[in-house]
Design a protein around this ligand. Structure first.
Ligand code: PHE
Ligand code: ZN
Length: 869
């Protein structure tokens, strides 16, 4: 067993956690077709009685081994006879002579002491569960792996006054009163499922009820369960749920399969939401929304996450993963499906820009750093660390590329075949690709490299034009990543068109070019005029494009590419080019081209406001840092601010005109047009303030006070907080008092202040940490403070390294409560390779200090040691 601790300067004394490898997969020794569970629920001490029917899987004489974690075993019976328990490596080992048996265990657990939020835990008086990936073992002894599928019958019993609502997966069978003021409910889930999809909820909840009639005419009862005070904020989630049911029928032919579909919202949750069969459990953040307390972005995210979890019913639950290395099988596919939903419900062009923004901000740095891994990883210490932007978002891009290569019809045939062939099974990414091949007849042998090779490929492109015609020269490189030094050329689908330099029209219509070799040339025929290259249109492949550009080419594409995504990209390329040049040469920024491009965008009569808002936003500081070697974050900030100031001063009138026009947005409307106007209003206000602080402050204050939506209020508050005047203090106080009772809005109050891009902002962050409303125990609150701060380079990267020290201390403290969430803050410290040596040394020192902490979780250990390595 490889010990990745060896060689580490700060190696702690504890034994290294074992490395789990994909190649070591073995089918389960025992299957568990039937499970009966009885919960005697009590926050302090819950008793779980389990009855498992187990059957030997294949010819072997190995004992049954059951996972268990933090369980107090009260009794063990085999076929009704009491047995002495035997443990090996923390697992319960049961020797069984025959080919089947009935195993019964009684265990005790303490939900209210469960601060990891894995297994059964208490959140604001609600008892709920989280089992993915390996949380079920914290509830009862079980074969906690996704390829063991069981039918569940679950009895819940609890105090009726405190827990009037008792929910579990599947259909309700029976309910009634029990002794001592208690009551019970019996639930049965007819579909065999892996234990990571198990869920129960007990609490004082109210229900927003609705129904949906499926394509075959079955009536499904829908319920969204929340605290009474939150009921009024569930309408948007309910609409999204019904839209999701209809969309999956229309787009993928997938129908829901139970009589009930329930969603429960809880305040303490490690991730966004969980697709438990028939009983999704959500972070409140992705359920509760209304325009006064949630921004348009928040509202869109609610719809996307509701859709995502619902779509898992087929891509994840009916067809599940064989092992956790296959996580992208369900997550990449389901993200791609929820992206399709959002594209169809809103503006596809704006959605695509947002998707790529997310990919670039979260996944590209991961793929370029010490934590790079393929979308189907080969090994891990802690699977919770692999719920990453790579597995999710790059995974979705890989599915999207297959659809692009096969075409929409063959892709749909492929998913039909996949669902039909593997319904009720636990399968692999390979099974998915094979279904695509079998349905389409397209050979995807080389394409499979996207599953095994990590790293973002770079595509070099050069257009050559002469009397003979037009030739596109392409080359690709896949960079080395940890554990993968040599890479093979990938299949890269590039949507390409040529735009006439004189006419501005498409002189070569868009075509799909498949780059499969290290170097390749493509004949694009003859065009009557000099042409500009529009490449990777719609972001057809998740690659970095490095194109040789003619003078004026990028400017022309930014002003008029016929593909709106490519047009946006050209603008970003132009801004990046000129900012990087100034960062590198130390002089003033050449702002003419940027100002001209932003001005033209603002004045355009044809572009829609949402696109304008995206197009005038400068690439973020993190993105610029990623493109540099030995970046000085202070210099990056200085240059970007210089550009913002130039835009603000030089285009003051255009900005104000656009700002005023955008103020016409109807605050009661969530239409794409009104959301777009609000987006443009926020973007223009920020630039106005960059050019003229006084005007920015007064407009910001007016907008804050007159705000009727959180979108307007939050964007004004952010501008005021950045300006740091008296008015900002007043607005922040007002914001707190106004929303004191709304935790999700108070998260914003923390996030806004922790996002101020100023070297001295650490003091504010430290003060916020002492605020009575702050707690390390709630993941949303912790993300609002630590995540926002670490995501703001100019504040986080203080020259004295104190920002790193602060984050390291927070990670260590949070790790004692909640390793999964603590581990999510390690990655920013791992970016030291991109930072100048002085700061980089301090980042490494912070990682070493984390690693020196006794009793570190494997979650944090894995990421900190890999980040240092
Ligand atoms: N499977 C969840 C999803 O829909 C994510 C999740 C993972 C939630 C682990 C909780 C714990 O993406
Ligand atoms: Zn998911």
């Amino acid at each position: 067993m490889l010990d990745i601790r060896s060689g580490l300067e700060a190696a702690a004394a504890a034994p290294a956690p074992p490395v789990i490898r994909r190649e070591d997969y073995r089918a389960p020794d025992w299957l568990v077709p039937e499970v009966e569970l009885a919960f005697d629920l009590d926050p302090a001490r819950t008793i779980v009685r389990a009855r498992l029917s187990v059957t030997r899987n294949g010819e072997h004489d190995r004992p049954l081994r059951l996972d268990g974690e933090e369980l107090e075993l009260l009794a063990l019976r085999v076929d009704g006879e009491a047995r002495e328990a035997r443990f090996e490596d923390g697992r319960l080992v049961v020797d069984l002579p025959g080919s089947s048996a009935v195993i019964e265990t009684d265990v005790a657990i303490a939900p209210e002491k469960n601060s990891q939020l894995m297994g059964l835990y208490a959140s604001g008086g609600i008892l709920c569960t989280q089992c993915e990936a390996e949380g079920f073992r914290r509830i009862t002894y079980f074969a906690d792996r996704p390829d063991v599928l069981s039918r569940y019958r679950v009895r819940l019993e609890a105090d009726k006054a405190r827990f009037p609502v008792l929910l579990a997966n599947g259909n309700p069978i029976e309910q009634g009163d029990a002794a001592d003021g208690r009551h019970f409910a019996l639930w049965e889930d007819p579909f065999p499922k892996p234990c990571y999809l198990f869920a129960l909820v007990a609490g004082d909840l109210q229900c927003n009820r609705d129904s949906f009639t499926t394509m075959s005419g079955r009536e499904v009862e829908l319920g969204i369960w929340v605290r009474e005070a939150d009921l009024s904020k569930t309408a948007l989630a309910m609409q999204a749920l019904k839209d999701s049911f209809a969309w999956d029928e229309r787009t993928y032919g997938r129908e829901y399969d139970l009589d009930r579909f329930n969603i429960v919202a809880v305040s303490d949750f490690n991730f966004g939401a969980m697709e438990n069969k028939g009983l999704n459990i959500f972070n409140t953040r992705y359920v509760l929304a209304d325009p006064e307390t949630a921004t348009d972005g928040d509202i869109d995210a609610v719809a996307a996450v509701v859709a995502h979890e619902y779509f898992h019913n087929w891509s994840g639950n009916r067809v599940t993963c064989r092992d956790w290395f296959q996580l992208s099988l369900k997550e990449g596919l389901t993200v791609f499906r929820d992206q399709g939903f959002s594209e169809d419900m809103g503006s596809a062009a704006v959605q695509r820009i947002d998707q790529v923004r997310t990919l670039r901000a979260a996944q590209f740095p991961e793929d370029a750093g010490p934590l790079a891994h393929p979308i189907r990883p080969d090994s891990y210490l802690e699977i919770a660390n692999f719920y990453t932007a790579t597995v999710y978002n790059k995974g979705a891009e890989v599915i999207r590329m297959m659809r692009t290569i096969l075409g929409p019809e063959a892709y749909r045939k492929g998913t039909d075949l996949y669902f039909e062939r593997h319904d009720g099974q636990a399968v692999t990414c390979e099974d998915f690709v094979r279904a695509m091949e079998d349905a389409s007849g397209v050979d995807l042998k080389q394409f499979r490299l996207w599953y095994s090779q990590a790293g973002t490929p770079t595509v070099q492109a050069r257009l050559e034009q002469d009397g003979e015609g037009t030739t596109l020269h392409l080359a690709q490189q896949v960079p080395p990543t940890p554990g993968q030094s040599d890479k093979q050329p990938m299949v890269i689908p590039l949507r390409v068109a040529l735009i006439g330099a004189e006419s501005g029209r498409e002189v070569a219509a868009e075509q799909l070019v498949l780059l499969t070799e290290g170097e390749q040339t493509v004949d694009l025929g003859t065009v009557g005029e000099p042409a500009f290259l529009s490449i990777n249109r719609g972001f057809s492949a998740p690659v970095l494009v490095d194109a040789v550009r003619k003078p004026g080419e990028i400017e022309a594409l930014a002003a008029g590419d016929s593909d709106s995504f490519a047009r946006f990209e050209a603008g970003q390329e132009l801004m990046t080019r000129d900012m990087l040049a100034a960062i590198r040469n130390g002089g003033a920024v050449e702002v003419e081209a940027i100002v001209a491009a932003v001005g033209a965008t603002l004045r355009s009569q044809s572009l829609d406001p949402a696109f304008k808002a995206d197009a005038i936003a400068l690439p973020g500081e993190s993105l610029l840092i990623e493109k540099l070697d030995a970046a000085d974050p202070a210099r990056v900030h200085e240059v970007r601010e210089e550009v913002r100031r130039a835009i603000g001063t030089r285009l003051g009138e255009d900005l104000q005109r656009a700002y005023t026009a955008a103020s016409a947005a109807d605050p009661t409307s969530l239409s794409g047009a009104d959301k777009g106007l609000r987006r443009l209003r926020a973007a223009t206000l920020a630039l106005i303030a960059a050019g003229d602080a006084k005007l920015g402050a007064s407009l910001g204050q007016q907008q804050y006070e007159a705000a009727r939506t959180m979108t307007e209020r939050q964007s004004a508050l952010m501008v005021l907080a950045m300006l740091g005047t008296d008015a900002s203090g007043k607005a922040l106080d007002d914001f707190f008092t106004r929303f004191e009772d709304d935790p999700l809005v108070i998260d914003k109050w923390f996030a806004v202040q922790a996002s101020v891009p100023d070297e001295s902002n650490l003091h504010v962050v430290e003060a916020l940490q002492q605020h009575p409303a702050f707690t390390l125990a709630n993941p949303n609150r912790l993300r609002a403070l630590a995540g926002s701060f670490a995501g703001t380079p100019s504040a986080f990267h203080r020259a004295d390294g104190k920002g790193y020290d602060w984050l390291a201390e927070v990670i260590v403290a949070a790790d004692k409560l909640n390793p999964q969430t603590a581990a999510r803050f390690v990655a920013p410290l791992g970016r030291w390779r991109k930072i100048e040596p002085g700061r980089a040394a301090r980042m490494r020192a912070a990682l070493q200090r984390i690693l020196a902490e006794p009793g570190l979780s494997k979650d944090v250990f894995e990421l900190a040691s890999k980040s240092l390595g």
